[in-house]
Design a protein around this ligand. Structure first.
Ligand SMILES: Cc1cc2nc3c(=O)[nH]c(=O)nc-3n(C[C@H](O)[C@H](O)[C@H](O)COP(=O)(O)O)c2cc1C
Length: 271
């Protein structure tokens, strides 16, 4: 409800007009009128309110604040979504192959301690990194060298995609989706869960059953490399099919021709 509180004659161009000071009673406490809501100018027979101008000014201020906030948040987001360069893999060390084979096992008890960057680098290189720079071929074989399995890393700070060519992590989601990578409790607290995703667009086989078969086989080689790396360096791991795959694919924002095949948890053994 508006109430006219006072008025003042105008001079200059708008001479003859009158400014009315108007307050909005609804916006205030009962019995108090302390907020200038509107200014109206009566000139001759016409009454032009200045509410439009006041509102325009408010809209401009809101837009400016919004614009500044957008720039600020996009800068923060861009900063957070920069690729993470991994240190070069250390291709020596660890237990000899026969000892690693002897120690290879599934484990379901993990410490929540984070993996150092060097360990992550070595682990991903062992999984399916490039071991022949001239051809771009990998530590794991793939049917017709399709290299159709992408390795995603679900960590506390984000979901990343392993970019084998640049040996770096490409941020995909700035979210902790570890819980969504499997239906077993330890997935939530183990430092990383790998998600093996088949990109069917890279497979030239015609039949869907062939795409599924080759994707499953190629994932197996990567997973076993991870098992052997973990056995060699004293890490705990388990590969997992007990995953709500459609839900995870949705959360990861995968295309319809990208399918989650398996997941694999890695961490230090629980003490
Ligand atoms: C394709 C595949 C899917 C698996 N899925 C799960 C799983 O969802 N959860 C789990 O705890 N272990 C899973 N495992 C691990 C097996 O249970 C484990 O390899 C098996 O019990 C033999 O134990 P080992 O790996 O220590 O030799 C899976 C293994 C494979 C090969």
């Amino acid at each position: 409800m508006l109430q006219i509180l006072g008025s003042r004659r105008l001079s200059g161009k708008a001479r003859g007009g009158r400014i009315l000071y108007v307050f909005n009673r609804r916006a205030t406490q009962p019995g108090r009128m302390d907020r200038l809501q509107n200014v109206a100018v009566i000139s001759g027979r016409t009454l032009t309110t200045h509410k439009g101008n006041v509102m325009k000014k408010n809209v401009i201020i809101i837009c400016l604040v919004f614009f500044v906030l957008c720039i600020f948040s996009s800068l923060c987001f861009a900063e957070a979504l920069k690729p993470v360069k991994l240190p070069p893999p250390q291709t020596d060390g660890g237990k000899p192959l026969m000892q690693a084979l002897n120690d290879r096992a599934s484990s379901r008890e993990f410490s929540s301690e984070k993996l150092p960057m060097q360990v992550l680098s070595d682990l991903l290189w062992a999984a399916c990194g490039i071991n022949r720079a001239d051809t771009g071929k990998r530590t794991a074989p793939s049917a017709r060298n399709w290299q159709e399995i992408d390795v995603y890393i679900a960590a506390e700070e984000a979901l990343y995609l392993y970019d084998a060519k640049q040996h770096q992590l490409l941020p995909v989601l700035k979210e902790d989706i570890r819980t969504d990578t499997g239906k077993q409790g330890f997935v939530k607290t183990a430092p990383i869960n790998l998600i093996y995703v088949a990109d069917f667009s890279k497979i030239s086989a015609e039949k869907m059953e062939d795409k599924i078969f080759y994707s499953a086989a190629d994932t197996g080689f990567i997973s076993q490399n991870v098992y052997l790396y973990c056995a060699s360096f004293g890490l705990a791991t388990v590969v997992r099919g007990y995953v709500d795959k459609p839900a995870l694919e949705k959360i990861m924002g995968l295309r319809p021709d990208q399918k989650v095949i398996l997941s694999q948890t890695i961490g230090y053994p629980k003490k």
